[in-house]
Design a binder for this molecule. Sequence first.
Ligand SMILES: [Zn+2]
Length: 281
Amino acid sequence: MCPSARFHLLDPLGGCPMNRFLLTSAFLVAAVPVAFAAQPTQQPAGWPELPPKAPVSNVKLVEPHLHVNRAGKGAPRIALTFDACMGKTDPRILSTLVDQHIPATIFVTARWLRTNPDSLAVFLAHPDLFELENHGQNHIPAVDVPTKVYGIAAAGSPQAVAQEVKGGADAMIAAGIQQPRWFRGATAKYTPAAIMQIRGMGYRVAGYSVNGDSGSLLPAKMVEKQYASAKDGDVIISHINQPTHAAGEGVAASILALKAKGVQFVRLQDIPEKGDDGTTN
Ligand SMILES: [Zn+2]
């Protein structure tokens, strides 16, 4: 007995019920790996309609860690990294970095660059402080299969991942920034295949080891706790594009607190690093 009338329609060879079952199973197994690759939008006449292309909910994503080489003795070494995803610039963080002369690595999108020329000018005026790296073109997760990450639709294909990476770099170069060497995708989550693809485009992929502000959503005091937990070799991620969030106040206070502890701040370009999931070696 056939498990579903739909399989009759998909089984143009017919045959006995057991053959039909085996054929159907083979069809389903064979279909799984390519389901995202080239799903036709139209079926041949008389065939059942395909369901709409749905986001895949069980995609295995990785969120790689990144550390810089430890200082060992003396002052702990910490890399501050900030994402400028879209929107504006947080002057509390930017002025703290400039006034306190604290180096940092800033990941910018093409989207953010378009609306923040004044902040970009500040970054470019302080090449001794700021390393600018690639956060993508449109702030779309660099995930090569259709899915959602924190509610954001992923790029969805290798071609779209390539465009997100290249589009970010093109906008940076057009804005007078040098060729980026690091990429961090929106949400900092990837498939292992997307990481390999981005590495093949000449980038290291920037994870982190301390989440400073949880997407700029933490209260200031929680941000301060996160920063205070950072140890020698840690890479902290935070956001510099949410001037109205309480988190930014916590970030600015935390930078001062780390400085008071004698932390040695480094940029990713200045120091050897170690990332997992094949992100850096
Ligand atoms: Zn972002």
